[in-house]
Design a binder for this molecule. Sequence first.
Ligand code: C2E
Ligand code: CA
Ligand code: CA
Ligand code: CA
Length: 282
Amino acid sequence: AQLRQILEAEQQGADDRARATRIQYGADEVEAAIANDELVNHYQPKVSVRSGEVVGVEALVRWQHPRDGLVYPDQFIAVAEQHGLIEGLTRQVLCGALRQCRQWHDRGLRLSVAVNLSMSSLVRLDFPEFVAAAAKNAGVDLSWLVLEVTESQLMHNPLTALDILTRLRLKNVTLSIDDFGTGHSSLSQLRDIPFNELKVDAGFVHNAVRDSARRAILEASLDMAHRLGMKSVAEGVENLADWQFLSRRHSCDIVQGYFISRPLPAESLNAWVADWDKRSTG
Ligand code: C2E
Ligand code: CA
Ligand code: CA
Ligand code: CA
């Protein structure tokens, strides 16, 4: 019953976000939420187009608000970023995701886990050491960790960002460029930074079959990822048409979106994967 509530909240949250702007919480409230452990990670599956297998998950933070219920990141991430709270939030999300990864592996689910970074992590030279220590603590090899970075996050202090990302890469962390196509960076950053994965933004994926401009950007991005030796991920796969379009392309490696699954609470992932495997192998 509780799971149903959470899934309905995920559904509702997505619908609400399509509408107007929603309230932003105050910095003191967000700070208290972090201190009181009210943040939880949900996890959205990433599926290999070729094999149909679940290869990993992306951690997406939610706030289990004592009064308002499940609150989405667009209502508190910006506040956390503006008030120096994002570093603590990122560390909580990261440590939680690594512990969860260990538990899944113990139960035979060999999944990678992706965590979204903010700019603040990319200006702190001690961040790679923190990541390594957190993984060691959780008993997870760093090759199972994916860090997602958006193009605009690289802009602030590109040299420090490059330094930090290179150190993470040398530790065998997988680096992913997120929301590709929406940023303002020059493409040369893709050459300088050792990214392993490129995630095409949902805005170019959903309905690409019917919209030739989206399709052009989607296909060019997928091709470019391959030419640069990166894995390609399409986000925002919302319906059968999106899925069929991508599965006919040889250039898309991994898909993620509501058509596969909404983000799920950690507890329900094992059952979801078992069910998915049954459906995809017939
Ligand atoms: P993102 O990293 O681009 O994450 C993907 C967002 O798209 C998620 O929204 C996810 O629930 C949603 N989504 C998944 N499949 C579909 C689909 O088929 N269609 C559509 N329309 N949307 C889909 P969510 O969870 O609300 O997160 C929003 C953003 O908040 C994320 O965008 C990310 O930028 C940020 N965020 C989430 N968790 C964290 C975190 O732990 N740290 C930081 N710094 N940012 C986070
Ligand atoms: Ca992301
Ligand atoms: Ca994204
Ligand atoms: Ca986004």
